[in-house]
Design a protein around this ligand. Structure first.
Ligand code: NAD
Ligand code: UGA
Length: 469
């Protein structure tokens, strides 16, 4: 059997590497139109940072795992074609700012239809609006040359930073297909691939629309938990309650559960906002404004949390940060990834720059080029592939410097904002940090990673999320 995956990104790369590792008899080829990305996958410096990924790729690359720009050849030869291209939020036209832009998906589907000479199972790996499979089916069967295409929805639930662990041991694999004999046969074929390492009870099979919608629903529920706890954090700050104690107290109720209740500066990442906006748009299109408004609120609270953080920094530093150096520790949207898509750091930095602060930014996995690009980009533009972006950063360089050491970022700063929960920020020598800063020395912990009381003993003024001063 031969598998081809279109899209060598955060999902396509790790997912296919794990399939290749677990299914040595299957040939897996990951293809992409972005030559630099493919070159990186074929080098010692993979295009994404993900713990454990290097090891998996090294074990099977060149044996049964290949990365190529020869998209048409490998699609034509494949029995199963995964489509894992980006599905960003539309930036213009109908549904701009909400609806999913399926341009990349549609062009992949048209190409599959054009180059295929044998029957294929086409798998939606990308996150797509419910009912996308119907449109894709129409495109695939439009130029039918006696070829059968069976479309499956197999959404991905991995989280960045833990992708390999998530793929090795998924809570579930979801496969949706048509309820016809051919549809069921296609489901069985894909199920057999995952059955190499996932137990039967964890492979859920549904109809196409349930699988497509479950992916949007899962992300909406996860993001909703964060917005709920972040909304509580504002109330904690106003009342003297401690959000960590509240999270722990409610999380011990087995109906609520302890995970995903960490208050923060706000959620980021390429999918939560995009997928909720997409869900909102689908609800609106289906005449369900109340449902749309319910989910919209999750995004609004997230935006509120980021604004609240900036306002707190400015107001506690005597209502102005103009000309003051502020160290930004962490720029990625979470630890153990170099991904900055929709990171709350972008909004926080832009907010502080708007108040004329001087920022010194350090993240162990994010380059200066990436940070500069992020700070100069318009909302929603980031998910339109980098190779299609004009690379003309316009950030005022005098206001922003990017350094490769936390102590360097902090030296002579008036305040520190911790925006990503990298482990190394817990282990800094805060006595040394304090001595190198302007006084009073402020710490704004957007991830609740430092021991605020210990820092106060040193002399810092510490603001944590949802905790008493
Ligand atoms: P990505 O931007 O990292 O990768 C997508 C890749 O597809 C890019 O390299 C791009 O060049 C390529 N591409 C676009 N059009 C193409 C075409 N016509 N032919 C060949 N290659 C093409 O995106 P990602 O983070 O991997 O996400 C992909 C999909 O998976 C999205 O729908 C996303 O919502 C979903 N998803 C992402 C995650 C995550 O953690 N990032 C998790 C679950 C689901
Ligand atoms: C999320 C989901 O967890 C995955 O299941 C899903 O496959 C993926 O989106 C997707 O569809 O792209 P990811 O965005 O990679 O994964 O990372 P998460 O661990 O979910 O974190 C998202 C954001 O929420 C981060 O900014 C994180 O710091 C924040 N977060 C998370 C909190 O602020 N508090 C928490 O308790 C948990």
């Amino acid at each position: 059997m031969k598998i081809c995956c279109i899209g060598a990104g955060y999902v396509g790369g790790p997912t296919m590497a794990v399939i290749a590792l677990k299914c040595p008899e299957i040939e897996v080829v990951v293809v992409d139109i972005a030559a630099p990305r493919i070159n990186a996958w074929n080098s010692d410096h993979l295009p994404i940072y993900e713990p454990g990924l290097d090891d998996v790729v090294k074990q099977c690359r060149g044996k049964n795992l290949f990365f190529s720009t020869d998209v048409e050849k490998h699609v034509a030869e494949a029995d199963i074609v995964f489509v894992s291209v980006n599905t960003p939020t539309k930036t213009q036209g109908l549904g701009a700012g909400k609806a999913a832009d399926l341009t990349y998906w549609e062009s992949a589907a048209r190409m599959i239809a054009d180059v295929s000479k044998s029957d294929k199972i086409v798998v939606e790996k990308s996150t797509v609006p419910v009912k996308t499979a119907e449109a894709i089916e129409r495109i695939l069967t439009h130029n039918r040359k006696g070829i059968n295409f069976n479309i499956l929805s197999n959404p991905e639930f991995l989280a960045e930073g833990t992708a390999i662990v998530d793929l090795f041991n998924p809570d579930r694999v979801l496969i949706g297909g048509r309820e016809t004999p051919e549809g069921q046969k296609a489901i069985k074929t894909l199920k057999d691939v995952y059955a190499h390492w996932v137990s039967d009870d964890r492979i859920l099979c549904t109809n196409l629309w349930s699988a497509e919608l479950s992916k949007l629903a899962a992300n909406a529920f996860l993001a909703q938990r964060i917005s709920s706890v972040n909304a509580m954090s504002a109330l904690c700050e106003a009342t003297g309650a401690d959000v960590s104690q509240v999270s722990h107290s409610i999380g011990t109720d087995s109906r609520i559960g302890p995970k995903f209740l960490n208050a923060s500066v706000g959620f980021g990442g390429s999918c939560f906002q995009k997928d909720i906006l997409n869900l909102v748009y689908i609800c609106e299109c289906n005449g369900l404004p109340e449902v749309a408004n319910y989910w919209k609120q999750v995004i609004k609270v997230n935006d509120y949390q980021k604004t609240r953080f900036v306002n707190r920094v400015v107001s506690s530093m005597f209502n102005t940060v103009s000309g003051k150096k502020i160290a930004i520790l962490g720029f990625a949207f979470k630890k153990d990834t170099g991904d900055t898509r929709e990171t709350p750091a972008i909004d926080v930095c832009k907010g502080l720059l708007g108040d004329k602060a001087k920022l010194s930014i350090y993240d162990p996995q994010v380059t200066e080029e990436q940070i500069t690009r992020d700070l100069s980009m318009k909302k929603f533009d980031w998910d339109h592939p980098a190779h299609l972006q004009p690379s003309s950063p316009t950030t005022n360089n005098k206001q922003v410097s990017v350094v490769w050491d936390a102590y360097e970022a902090i030296k002579d700063a008036h305040g520190i904002c911790i925006l990503t929960e990298w482990d190394e920020f817990k282990k800094l020598d805060y006595q040394k940090v304090y001595e190198s800063m302007q006084k009073p020395a402020f710490v704004f912990d957007g991830r609740n990673v430092v021991d605020a009381n210990k820092l106060r003993e040193i002399g810092f003024i510490v603001y944590s999320i949802g905790k008493p001063l």
